[in-house]
Design a protein. Sequence first.
Lengths: 267, 355
Amino acid sequence: MEFLSYGFMRNALLAICIITPLFGILGTMIVNNRMAFFSDALGHSALTGMAIGVLLGFAGTDLPMLLFALLFALLLNHMKRKSSASTDTIISVFSSLGTAVGLVVLSRGGNFSKYSALLVGDILSITVKEILCLVGVLTLTLLFWLFCFNKLHACSVNKSLAKSKGIPVRLIEDLFAILIAIIVMLSIKWVGILIINALLILPAAAAANISSNMREYHLFSVILSVASGLIGLVLSYYLNAAAGPTIVIVAAVFFGATFFARPLFRT
Amino acid sequence: MGKKKALFMVCLLAVAFGLTALVALFAEKKEESEGILCVTSFYPVQLLAESVAEGADGVTVRNLTENHSGCIHDYTLTTQDMRLLSEAELFLINGGDMELFLEKAASEYTDLTIVDTSEGFVFLEGVGHAHEHDGEEEEGHSEECTNPTHHHEEVSDAHEGHSHVLNAHLWMEIDGYLLQLQRVEEAFVKADPAQAELYRNNARICREELAALKEMYAAAKKVLAGRETVVFHEGFVYLFNMLGVETVHCLAMDADTQIAAGEAAEIIEECRLHGITVLFAEEEYVETVTDTFAGELGGMVVSLDPVTGTESSGNTTAGDEASEHPQAGEKIGVAQYCARMRRNLEKILEVYGVQ
């Protein structure tokens, strides 16, 4: 427990204890609704949000990143509904554009190195104020989960059926997209663009390997997400490795273990 | 939930946490050091600290970015770095926005004395600013590259909106390095007054070495002044300023840089306009710059050493004498800086055909 003698590790541990259950819950909903690629595209749009902030001379880039991500998420949902092209194609177009615009603006004059920290994130520099902000987001996610999960699940199973049951499909989908946008943007500085999606998807995917009902699915996802976060953070401290990628490696090992254990639980 | 699944989850987590505990058990233990632990942010500052603190009792100098070659604009703190900073009393940084990774971390270490070794230095503007003025006359570029138009504090204030970029490579100008030496000396004297005399004496020796180097550059200036060049490292702008060579264009190359087609064309046009056929780049980017420009210009690209890391970490220049290389465990200091800056000068004189 030597690592707890450092303030930055205590803060990082607290942040992990908030972010990982958040990702565990959100991941199940994202995997259920086949939106893994959607959250990845949102992560990439952070570059453009940051670029807009730099161009407009914002002192901090958090607000423009968040506002752009909200707009990006709603526009993407709208295009998905209106376009005849497949969802994968639409998301791919948005994802590529989000990355390219950001890179063009941020790499002007060879200055991209100033922003490249966003690619891998840095959980060790998180402050108490930012941890409190994450607590607010966790509360928001839990409320959404409590009040909207069944409706969202119904939408993911069959939209027409959900509509016939009086569920406002469009509103639920947009609310979910907004929630993903908020969480991705508020946590991207800590976990990085390159790995945020892995943290969202891996625990849920690992849980799906061995779950036979929704309750198990959510419980396993949260447990595996928290365990990956804690183990990854401690290992990164002792092995002097970057925290985010170490957490992803641990989550991937859990995925592998559950994948190969699947035959044991077939009934 | 079936018993089988519960048992599987318990076993999986037990194995995972058990292995982590084993790693923690066998990993390095916390260093308990007595005396003053001085941490430097990167190589040029480390050389100064090592020289000034040489022979001091109970003073340990550690460098934060030991395994990082090149400048540290994009450096991210590791857990080991954070531990090192938590245990340090004195943290010597380059300043000029070089240590962007410190923006947030610094506030977490209230007991740590952070010394900006470039305090009071008049920085040049970095190339990022130059490219916000599309359509300017070409003379404008040379002004932006070489004119010291801002004092450190003024630009730092304006920097919040990211509209200005500082050229933080002041150690490439010997006067800049002398100022950093003074700041390092003052920091050690203040932190450890009992050994003040030793620090002052060490600093005096360094000052003499740097003064001799400065004389060499001043002599070279007499034969090189008035020439023009294009460089691919911001530090070289300071170096050529000392020699009276005007940098008409500077492109800061790093691992993330791709030379934009428009900028390449602009550089080629400027080189043709000024009759420039010799370009200067850091060793690891010589090939990239040669591929893009040398053929077009019928000229050559020469590697110079920005002294941003040990010579084994990517700054080695061909033809270096083995005797000047510090071996593993050997003391490093200002002497290495002087040797490497001398080699830079020899190369420049050779390429311009001046003895």
